[in-house]
Design a protein around this ligand. Structure first.
Ligand code: KG4
Ligand code: ZN
Length: 322
């Protein structure tokens, strides 16, 4: 079995996944409450919390799987992209476990991890397919040709879709992280109430910064009481604009690749309007849309492993090299 470890942002996660793709356990300790008062993730606080949580979370993942380290054949860990201080905690833990147990270590790219959610049992998807990866840090349109990687067809020129949700939620006075809050509130509002612009950029790229500014201007015009009355309408209209942009790009990409199958992964894949706007698409299971370690263990199945002492000098990276 593969022990997966993920600490790229504000979730400390560990999972046990079989080489066959069966998820035996997936434990995610969210730090969201710790960062909520700052309205976003504070990197230094995240690193310190990962340090406290990583051992108990790994132990919980093994316990949940009814497994011990004797059952683990490889350790898969997120190497990047993400917060370097946060990544280093998971990477160091993985190196220590691998070294102590004489196991190979598989460094995993977080974005490949999100895509590899789709390769897990009980309903694995086989490439080729066209994939939208929409998270808090990235928004990419991908042509996935095999299990080991992908070609980037388009990406956001500014904010990621999840970031647009989070910043929008902040403007509306909602909690952090904002995606799920907007999703919930939008159900009580009218998506037609406001007409927010969906940026038109060339090719298959996306842009969300203009949309965020449009929401800012709309909110500024309202008094406190008016904002209370219109908050749900604003949330619904704002969400509609993001979903339209994502759906439009994914459909255009699928036309370009000719792939019959489209898929959506990443935290924003949890969005209920996006899910119903793409009834034919494959979505990551709800529990595995936001960051988790089962996806990292899944990607490790298809990535090259390193043996001791080769992995000991491995460093984390902040930005994607893909
Ligand atoms: O994949 P993820 O956990 O972390 C990154 O790799 O960035 O994605 C987190 C993002 C956050 O921006 C969060 O607001 C968004 O996913 N998100 C949602 C929903 N649930 C989480 N966005 C829209 N609707 C949701 N239901
Ligand atoms: Zn992620």
């Amino acid at each position: 079995m593969i022990l997966g470890i993920e600490t790229s942002c504000d979730e400390t996660a560990a999972a046990v996944v079989g080489e066959d793709g069966v998820v035996h356990s997936s434990v995610v300790a969210s730090q969201a409450d710790l960062h909520a008062r700052y309205g976003g993730v504070v990197p230094e606080i995240a690193s310190r919390r990962h340090l406290e949580l990583v051992s108990p979370v790994v132990r919980a993942a093994l316990d949940d799987a009814d497994a011990g380290l004797d059952d683990v054949g490889r350790v898969g860990v997120t190497q990047g992209p993400g917060l370097v201080g946060a990544l280093l905690v998971g990477l160091s833990a993985a190196k220590a476990i691998a070294w102590a147990r004489g196991l190979p270590l598989v460094p995993v790219d977080h974005l490949r991890g999100h895509v590899a959610t789709l390769y897990l049992e009980p309903d694995p998807l086989d490439p080729p397919f066209t994939c939208l990866l929409a998270s808090g840090g990235h928004t990419l349109v991908l042509a996935v040709r095999d299990h080991t990687g992908f070609e980037v067809l388009g990406s956001t020129l500014d904010d990621a879709a999840g970031e647009a949700f989070d910043k929008g939620a902040r403007l509306l006075g909602l909690g952090y992280p904002g995606g799920a809050e907007i999703d919930r509130l939008a159900r009580e509002g009218s998506p037609e109430a406001y007409s927010f612009p969906v940026a038109r950029v060339p090719g298959l790229d996306l842009s969300f910064s203009g949309l965020k500014t449009a929401l800012l201007y709309a909110v500024r015009e309202l008094s406190e009481a008016e904002l209370d009355a219109r908050r749900a309408d604003l949330a619904a209209s704002y969400q509609r604009a993001i979903v339209r942009a994502l759906v439009g790009r994914l459909e255009a990409a699928a036309d370009a690749t000719g792939d019959g199958v489209v898929a959506v992964v990443g935290g924003v894949a949890a969005n209920s309007e996006l899910r119903s706007a793409l009834p034919g698409a494959r979505f990551a299971p709800l529990s595995l849309c936001t960051d988790n370690a089962a996806m990292i263990a899944s990607a490790a199945r298809f990535a090259p492993e390193l043996r001791s002492p080769g992995y000991l000098a491995l460093d984390a990276y902040a930005s994607s090299s893909l």
